[in-house]
Design a protein around this ligand. Sequence first.
Ligand code: MF3
Ligand code: CO
Ligand code: CO
Length: 284
Amino acid sequence: MGVEVMNGRMLAAMRESCQLAARTLVMVGEHLQPGMTTEQLNTLVHEFIVSHDAYPAPLDYKGFPKSVCTSRNAVVCHGIPGDEVLENGDILNVDVTTYFPTKNGFHGDTSVTFYVGEPSDEAKHVVETARRCLELGIAEVRHGARIGDIGAAIQEYAHARGCSVVEDYVGHGVGREFHMKPQIPHYGKRGTGKRIREGMVFTIEPMINLGAKETELQDDEWTVLTADRSLTAQFEHSIAVTRDGCEVLTARPEVVRHCEDVAWADVGPLSAPAAWAARSAAAS
Ligand code: MF3
Ligand code: CO
Ligand code: CO
């Protein structure tokens, strides 16, 4: 079977699930502070999603033990919430996936990297590079473009900023299944790969390292670290392809605190419209 193309009814269902995931990230930003544990974040996310008649898709997904992924500092992705305490200067990716409604539903998959307290210059560099990489990837998407165009745009920018792009984990189709075809690498060459078609729905979720691109899987079989233990950051949106661009299904209705509200945040107009509007208003 080829890549699924969604009709209007399916896209409407995707919008609902994706908007709940987006609002979950806004909620996390309102609670995040140094001294709290990632287990506490897990509880907040779990309760929020369940109270909106949805299911937190990571829970029991291929045996994943928690309801959200929390990936701190040198953790690339799939970090498991637990008793680790967030400290001033940490960066933390929170990756939320909703399944709505809880039966025959659709998935919404989105993540941001938060700043816990005051970040170092290195932390700002890798986080803002990852944020811009997602914006640049999204800007490539339109009916008739190729999948390689997305990765090429991301890779060019990351390298120009002296960062590397993780190749071991990629974006993916999303819908009734958590992970579907097509795969969306965050590296590649322009004009290569399959053509993107209107109605396709997939994630773009670049993982950007301050050091080398290689990763290492921990013994828990989930936690992915940078092999050189350098800092790493990630942003993710679920998007639907249109004739001349795309709809960012997980675009946030409000600014995410400890992420988009900091003075140095390099927010763009595409994936975080609320933050962009707030930034533009403040500048004028
Ligand atoms: N949300 C991740 C992604 O962006 C996948 C997490 S799988 C889990 O694809 F099992 F770790 F939750
Ligand atoms: Co994803
Ligand atoms: Co995700």
